[in-house]
Design a protein around this ligand. Structure first.
Ligand code: HEC
Length: 107
C-alpha cells in the first residue's frame, strides 16, 4: 500500500514537471513574433532553430538552465541572449512556451 502511494506521488510530480516546462504549440506564436528575429538566421551568434549541432551542448545543461537563461538573459561564448529576447513585457509562461517550441525542433 505504502509503495503504491509513493509511486503515485512520483507520477504526479512528473506530470507537474511537464506542465512547468512550457507548451510548444503555444510557444510557436511567441517564437514567430520575437525569437525568430535572431534564432531563425543565427543573428548575433544565436543558435539556429532546428540546428541540432548548435543545440547539443546547450541541451546538455538541462532545460531548467535554458529557461533561466531565456528569462534573465545570458552572455555565452557566441553572443548575448537578451532577457526574454528583449520583450520584457512577455510573461514568464510565454517565454517558457517559446523555449519548449525551440527545443521541440532539436530533440
Ligand atoms: C537579439 C537577438 C535574440 C533574440 C530576439 C532572442 N535570442 Fe535567444 N539567444 C541569442 C543569442 C546571441 C544566444 C546565444 C548566447 C551564447 O550562447 O553566447 C541565444 C541563446 C538562447 C538560448 C540558449 C541559452 C543557453 O543557455 O545556451 C535559448 C534557450 C534562447 N536563446 C531562447 C530564446 C527565446 C525563447 C527567445 C524569444 C522569447 C529568444 N531566445 C530571442 C539571441 C537572441
Amino acid at each position: 500500500m505504502k509503495k503504491t502511494a509513493i509511486a503515485l506521488a512520483g507520477f504526479a510530480m512528473i506530470g507537474l514537471g511537464a506542465a512547468h516546462a512550457g507548451d510548444a504549440a503555444k510557444g510557436e506564436e511567441i517564437y514567430k513574433q520575437v525569437c525568430f528575429a535572431c534564432h531563425d538566421a543565427g543573428v548575433a551568434g544565436a543558435p539556429k532553430l532546428g540546428d541540432k549541432a548548435a543545440w547539443e551542448t546547450r541541451l546538455a545543461q538541462g532545460e531548467e538552465t535554458l529557461i533561466k537563461h531565456s528569462l534573465e538573459g545570458f552572455t555565452g561564448e557566441t553572443g548575448t541572449m537578451p532577457p526574454k529576447g528583449g520583450r520584457t513585457d512577455l510573461s514568464d509562461e510565454a517565454v517558457k512556451d517559446a523555449v519548449a517550441f525551440m527545443l521541440s525542433k532539436v530533440k
